[in-house]
Ligand binder design. Structure first.
Ligand code: ZN
Length: 174
């Protein structure tokens, strides 16, 4: 494992943690060009009420604007979770050279897990993909987020049940 890959992935992980704190699905992405981080982003789907506001999409836009070029040639993206079809499609359009992934996404991953848009002969550009960079840290953050979400939903359902039974008890008294 390249030391630099671990370093940059830990920067992406910091972004994912920011998303976690804001109740967004904790995914982070950074883009590196010539040894410099030129974009850092986290999911902002809820904040922006925008289904396309994935960390990777925001990072691509930032990097393109930094370089003043719609092509991110010779750049590398570090994404904490395997990008979805939309984001991988955007990375192909951006002609990004390399993509390092933290944890795989067996539900929507488009770099080999469910689809393979990153390395597809029908498309005019292919990414060099490296998986499993800080995999456990990236996956456990996501796991913790969803288990918390489930327990919050459980609590909310519990308090609804309680208020219904209180209302029924109130009716009986009357
Ligand atoms: Zn995406």
């Amino acid at each position: 494992m390249l030391k630099l890959d671990l370093l940059y992935m830990s920067e992406a992980l910091k972004q994912a943690k920011i998303a976690f704190e804001k109740d967004e699905v904790p995914v982070g992405a950074v883009i590196v060009h010539n040894g410099k981080i030129i974009a850092r982003a986290h999911n902002q789907i809820k904040l922006l009420k925008d289904p396309t506001a994935h960390a990777e999409m925001i990072a691509i836009t930032q990097a393109a604007s930094y370089l003043g070029n719609e092509r991110l040639l010779n750049a590398t993206m570090y994404a904490t979770i395997e990008p979805c079809p939309m984001c991988t499609g955007a990375l192909v359009l951006a002609r990004i050279k390399r993509l390092c992934i933290g944890a795989s996404d067996p539900k929507t991953g488009a770099c080999g897990s469910v689809f393979n848009i990153a390395d597809n002969k029908r498309l005019n550009h292919r990414l060099q993909v490296k998986k499993g960079v800080l995999e456990e840290e990236c996956a456990s953050l996501l796991k913790e987020f969803f288990s918390r979400l489930r327990s919050d939903i459980g609590k909310a359902a519990g308090s609804r049940r309680q208020s219904v039974s209180e209302a029924q008890a109130g009716k009986k008294k009357r």
